[in-house]
Ligand binder design. Sequence first.
Ligand code: PLP
Length: 433
Amino acid sequence: MNYYSLNKKSSNVTFKEALIKGLAPDKGLYFPEKINKLSESFIANINNYSNEEIAYECIHQFIGSEIPESDLRKIITDVLSFDFPLTKLNDQISFLELFHGPTMAFKDVGARFMARCLAYFLKNQDEKKSVTVLVATSGDTGGAVASGFYKVKGIKVVILYPKGKVSNVQEKQLTTLGENITALEVDGTFDDCQAMVKKAFLDKDLLNNINLTSANSINIARWLPQMFYFFFSYRDFKLSHSDKIAFSVPSGNFGNLCAGMMAKEMGLPINKFIASNNINDVVNRYLKTKIYDAKPSIQTISNAMDVGDPSNFVRIINIYKNNFNLIKNNLHTCSFTDDETVEGIKELINKFNYIPDPHGAVGFLGVKDFIESNPNYKCIILETAHPAKFSEVINLYTDNLVVPDQISSVINKKKKSVEIDGFLAFKNFLLYS
Ligand SMILES: *Cc1c(COP(=O)(O)O)cnc(C)c1O
């Protein structure tokens, strides 16, 4: 399968090239040239398929012959080594828990898939030069990438994070692995980290001496596998024929939501998407006013969604052929303040006996808003992270939060990081260490 740039000024590339480049030279996001629908009988008989079989059906057309079937099936089995359970709140609403992977956020799926595809291509490459993956993180991405690429041969990972601005658990997930993973601590903001990564990709010394790639969330190899669990949960919900289904997706950069829309394009009968946002709500305002007015991000308690100008929204526009009404028919949008999010957390704990994380609570509020005017829909909320990752918030409202092994095992490990002061220090680190 080939991919084109949504800016339409760069030439089309293979899956491998799109995976390694991340962004096209014209700065556009890559998009598959073609989306083939899955067969109707596959969807009708989805109950008979395992997670691994569903994932293979979904993804193989986007890779084509670049990875042979047996290798791709091995990659998928390895990526999906944890559960994706549905937890019922009542007959109408369920949470799809995407936090059972190694770093307890849905980003594990995309990061693990990308790492294994990259490792596959490196294995078959003659030159023995290793690849350096750069990633800037505001929290969850870095941990998922670190874990996904940990001990993968031929790949070094360098993560930049803003000193003092990620949670304790998130910092430990970035800084305690060692081996091929290095965490650089930057005295600045996430934007400063991101700017240094972008500058590295324009630096001739670096480009001439190191094979650089990025594990940014817009990478097709992180984005596409996120459609898998829309299929898994559709299967597990056991809908009856007359049921209509909506997915509520707590959204920041809109990658997860846009992967759900790809699942629908491939034939999964999803009737509606709900983009549940915190007060960083540019898409919600756009669908209400037709004016796209990006703003700097504002900090909230659901911080993985603090995005002022979501990078994947251009992919959504592309899926719906730039047709405003088509987007509006498919997508219900809503936004909530931190006070409202806290009310959602309390309601879930006290009324439903379910401990959510702040992002999942926003997803729940989105469903409540949606079913007011659509009472006969069944709804699945993507619970994007484990509540223990946000214990600073959640422990204020319950004493029953249990810290799982994935988190307790890193929390007492010793942090190892390198403090980096400015771009030159970063560059020297990449060239000489
Ligand atoms: C990254 C993240 C999100 C936002 O996902 P997008 O694909 O960027 O919309 C939501 N919740 C959590 C916990 C995340 O880590």
